[in-house]
Write a new protein. Structure first.
Lengths: 309, 418
C-alpha cells in the first residue's frame, strides 16, 4: 500500500480534468435541465483551438509564454461553439419536449466530431500537442509532472473564481435565481436568455481549460477524445449531484481517484485477480456510480434545486 | 422522479446511439468501379484487388502502408504488363481497426463482381471477423500483417493440434508463435532482463502476443513482475505506471499497437521509471517515435521480416513510395503488402494461362485463384514468397529493432528456432 499517495495523486490529476469538464454539464443542467451531450466535443474543439494558436506562433517559442495565448485561443473557440449551439440548436427547441433537445445534442456531438475529423488538417490521426517538459518533480515518494501542476492549479483557480462569481456578482445571483425558478426570475426582471447564454459560455470556458490541460498532460489530442472524457465528466456530474457546481468538482475527484485505486488495488484482493487492473477501471468507476445512486439518488452533494415537475 | 428516469433513459439512449454509429458507416466506394466490365472475353479487362486496413484514426499510419504497398505492386504490374490483357486497380476500404467494420468491408468486396482477391487486413482481431465471409465466397485473402497463430493454425495450435480453419486465408507475415519466442529470447539472453512486467490491450493480436511472450520468457527462467490489461483508446496510464514502478520490473513488454504504447512509454518515463518498453510489429512504426519523442529512446520492437531498406529488391519500391508522396509508414508492412498483391497478380496469370489466356467467369476464377495462390513460389521484394499447408508464409525471418537517435535501428535479425 506504500504506493497509495502516488495513486491518490494520479487520481487527483485525472479527477481535476473530469471536474473541469463536468462543470459545463452541471451548469447547463442546473439552469435549463438539458444534458448537453455535445459538451465533450466542445472540450475537444477547445484543445484544437489551442493547438491552432500554437501552430500559428513562431517556432521555438517558449511554451510558458505561449500558454496564455493558447488558453485564450482555445477559450474563444469553445465559447463560440457553446454559445452558437445554444443559440441555433437548443433555443429554438426551448419549449419542445425534453427528448428533442437531447437528440439534437447527440447529433451536434457527432457533427462536431466529424467536422474536426474531416476539415482539421491531419486530424484523422492523433495530433501532437506541446508539453511543459516531462521531467517529474519528486515530493517525498510522489512523482509530479509540471503538466499536472498546471492542471490542478487551473482547476483550483477556475473553481474559486466560479464560486465567487456565482455567490457575489449580480449575474451570479441572477443565475441562482433562474436555476431555482425561471418563470419567477423572469417576472423579477432577469433576462433569462442572457443567463442561459452565460451558463453555456462558462461551461465552454472551463472545457477549453480542460482541453488545453489534456493536451499538455498527454502530449497529443484526437478528434474523438471528447467522447470518453465527456462520458466520464457526465458521470462525475451525476455522481456529485447534477446541477451542483461543487458536486461536479467533487464527483470528478472521486471518480478519478476511484479509477486509479481500482487499477492499482482491486487485483490484490484474493479472488479478484481477473477483475483488477487498468482494463477494468471503467467498470469499477461505473459500479461506484451505481452504488452511490442507490444510496443517495440525488448524488453526493444532493441536488440543490428541488424537482419542479 | 421524472428527472431521474429521464436521466437514466438518456444515458441508455446515448450509449446505444454512439455504439451504433461506431459501426454504422459503410463505404460506398464500390459503386464507382461497378460498371467497368470484366466479362472475360474482351481484349482488355480490368480486375480489382481489394484492400482492407485501418486508413483513418487508430493504426492508420501502418494501415496506409498496406494500401499504398498494394498500389505500387498494381502500378508495377500494369506498367510491366505482367498479365497481358488485364489492367489491375485497387479498391481500398477503411476498417477503422474495428472487427464489425472489417466484416462489412469483406461483404462489400465479395459482392463487387470486379474484385478478384483482397490484401489485408492489418489487425488479427479484424481478420477473425472477415475470414468466414471470404471463405464462403471462395475469395483469396492475403494479409501482410496478421500475426496471431489462431488465424491459420486453429485455436489449439499451442498443444500441437494444428488445423487450418480457412483455405482462402494466407499471410506473408510470420506468426506470433515465432515473434513472441524471438522477443523473449532476445530479452532474456541478449538484454539480460530477468523481471518483466507484461501488459496487453485485450485484442486478438495484443493479448495473443503478450501471452506467448510471457510463456516463453518464464520457460527461459525469467520472472514475470506483474501483468495488466488496458483498453484501446485509453489515454491515462498513470495508475498503471505507478504499479509498474512498484513491481521493480527491469522491462515492460507490451502486446498491442503503437497508439497506446507511445502514450505508455511517455508516461512511464515521465513517471520516473526508466526501463525500456518492448513490443511487437504493431508498434514498429515511425509514428511511435514521432509521438513519444525522447521517451522512446532505448525502446524495442520485434517485427516480421528483415528491414525493407536493407533489401536490394525493395529499393525501387521505396523510391516509388517516396516519389509518389504516399502517406503512412511503408517500413512495417509495405514490402509484404507489395508481395501479397504480386502473389495475387501472378496467380491470376496462372489461372488465365490454364484457361487458354482468358479469365473464367468470376466465381470460377475466384475459386481457381485459391489453388493458384497456394502454389505461389517466387522471390518477392521482402524475401521468398510461398505458403505452407496452413497458409502461413515459409519466410520466418524476424528482426529486433531498437530506438537509437530517433530512429528504429535493426539490432538483430534471424529465425526463431524454438
Amino acid at each position: 500500500m506504500h504506493t497509495l499517495p502516488q495513486q491518490l495523486a494520479n487520481g487527483l490529476f485525472l479527477g481535476s480534468m473530469y471536474g473541469l469538464i463536468a462543470i459545463g454539464y452541471t451548469m447547463v443542467y442546473g439552469i435549463v435541465q438539458l444534458i448537453n451531450f455535445a459538451h465533450g466535443e466542445i472540450f475537444m474543439t477547445g484543445a484544437f483551438g489551442a493547438l491552432t494558436v500554437w501552430n500559428c506562433l513562431p517556432d521555438g517559442m517558449n511554451i510558458w509564454a505561449a500558454l496564455p495565448l493558447m488558453l485564450i485561443g482555445g477559450a474563444i473557440v469553445s465559447v463560440l461553439i457553446a454559445v452558437g449551439a445554444e443559440r441555433f440548436a437548443y433555443r429554438p427547441l426551448r419549449g419542445a419536449p425534453r427528448l428533442a433537445p437531447l437528440i439534437t445534442a447527440i447529433g451536434l456531438s457527432l457533427a462536431l466530431q466529424q467536422a474536426i475529423f474531416v476539415w482539421y488538417p491531419g486530424a484523422d490521426n492523433a495530433k501532437d500537442f506541446p508539453q511543459l517538459g516531462t521531467h517529474p518533480y519528486h515530493l517525498g515518494s510522489i512523482a509530479i509532472q509540471r503538466n499536472d501542476i498546471f492542471l490542478v492549479a487551473a482547476a483550483v483557480v477556475c473553481m474559486v473564481g466560479l464560486a465567487a462569481f456565482v455567490r457575489t456578482s449580480r449575474t451570479g445571483r441572477a443565475m441562482q435565481a433562474t436555476a431555482q425558478d425561471p418563470d419567477t426570475a423572469q417576472l423579477m426582471g432577469i433576462d433569462t436568455n442572457r443567463i442561459i447564454v452565460i451558463a453555456f459560455a462558462i461551461g465552454g470556458l472551463f472545457a477549453a481549460v480542460a482541453g488545453v490541460a489534456f493536451g499538455l498532460k498527454y502530449g497529443q489530442i484526437t478528434y474523438n477524445m471528447g467522447f470518453q472524457a465527456g462520458l466520464k465528466a457526465f458521470t462525475a456530474a451525476v455522481l456529485g449531484g447534477i446541477g451542483n457546481i461543487y458536486g461536479a468538482m467533487l464527483g470528478g475527484l472521486v471518480l478519478g481517484i476511484a479509477e486509479a485505486c481500482a487499477t492499482a488495488y482491486i487485483a490484490n484482493i484474493p479472488g479478484m485477480h481477473q477483475l483488477g487492473g487498468q482494463g477494468w477501471a471503467n467498470v469499477w468507476a461505473f459500479v461506484l456510480l451505481i452504488v452511490v445512486l442507490l444510496v443517495r439518488p440525488q448524488g453526493l452533494l444532493g441536488e440543490r434545486v428541488a424537482d419542479r415537475a | 422522479m421524472r428527472h431521474r428516469s429521464l436521466l437514466l433513459l438518456t444515458t441508455v439512449l446515448t450509449t446505444g446511439a454512439l455504439t451504433l454509429t461506431a459501426c454504422g458507416s459503410r463505404s460506398d466506394d464500390g459503386k464507382k468501379s461497378g460498371d467497368d466490365g470484366s466479362s472475360g472475353t474482351g481484349s482488355n479487362i480490368t480486375l480489382t484487388i481489394g484492400v482492407d486496413a485501418p486508413l483513418t484514426g487508430q493504426n492508420s499510419a501502418t494501415g496506409l502502408g498496406l494500401q499504398y504497398g498494394t498500389q505500387i505492386a498494381v502500378d508495377d504490374a500494369n506498367s510491366k504488363k505482367l498479365v497481358p490483357g488485364v489492367t489491375f486497380k485497387v479498391k481500398a476500404l477503411d476498417d477503422k481497426a474495428l472487427p464489425a467494420t472489417g466484416q462489412q468491408n469483406a461483404t462489400a468486396l465479395v459482392q463487387d463482381s470486379n474484385v478478384i482477391a483482397t490484401v489485408g487486413p492489418l489487425n488479427s482481431g479484424v481478420a477473425e471477423s472477415m475470414q468466414q465471409v471470404f471463405a464462403t465466397a471462395n475469395m483469396v485473402e492475403i494479409s501482410p500483417a496478421n500475426t496471431n497463430p489462431d488465424l491459420t493454425q486453429g485455436k489449439d495450435w499451442a498443444s500441437g493440434k494444428k488445423v487450418r480453419p480457412f483455405k482462402t486465408y494466407f499471410r506473408t507475415a510470420t506468426t506470433d508463435a515465432n515473434q513472441g519466442g524471438f522477443a523473449a529470447d532476445y530479452a532474456y539472453n541478449t538484454l539480460k532482463k530477468k523481471n518483466v512486467f507484461v501488459v496487453d490491450d485485450k485484442q486478438a493480436y495484443g493479448a495473443g502476443l503478450a501471452a506467448i511472450f510471457k510463456g516463453k520468457f518464464a520457460s527461459l527462467g525469467g520472472k514475470i513482475a506483474g501483468t495488466d490489461h488496458v483498453n484501446t483508446g485509453d489515454t491515462d496510464y498513470s495508475a498503471l505506471v505507478t504499479k509498474i514502478k512498484q513491481s521493480h520490473a527491469d522491462m515492460l513488454y507490451y502486446g498491442g499497437q503503437y497508439d497506446e504504447s507511445e502514450l505508455i512509454t511517455k508516461q512511464l518515463k515521465a513517471g520516473g521509471v526508466n526501463i525500456p518498453l518492448m513490443g511487437g510489429d504493431g508498434m514498429y512504426s515511425d509514428t511511435y517515435i514521432k509521438t513519444a519523442g525522447k521517451a522512446a529512446t532505448g525502446d524495442l520492437a520485434t517485427s516480421v521480416g528483415v528491414p525493407v531498406s536493407t533489401l536490394p529488391a525493395a529499393q525501387n519500391f521505396i523510391k516509388a513510395y517516396k516519389a509518389k508522396g504516399y502517406p503512412g509508414d511503408y517500413g512495417t508492412y509495405g514490402g509484404y503488402s507489395y508481395d501479397a498483391a504480386t502473389a495475387i497478380i501472378n496467380a491470376v496469370k496462372t489461372v488465365m494461362d490454364a484457361n487458354g489466356g482468358k479469365l473464367p467467369a468470376m466465381n470460377d476464377a475466384r475459386a481457381k485463384l485459391v489453388d493458384a495462390v497456394q502454389k505461389t513460389d517466387f522471390d518477392g521484394i521482402a524475401g521468398h514468397v510461398s505458403f505452407d499447408q496452413y497458409g502461413d508464409t515459409t519466410n520466418k525471418q524476424l528482426t529486433v529493432y531498437q530506438v537509437k537517435n530517433g530512429a528504429w535501428t535493426a539490432v538483430k535479425s534471424g529465425v526463431y528456432s524454438g
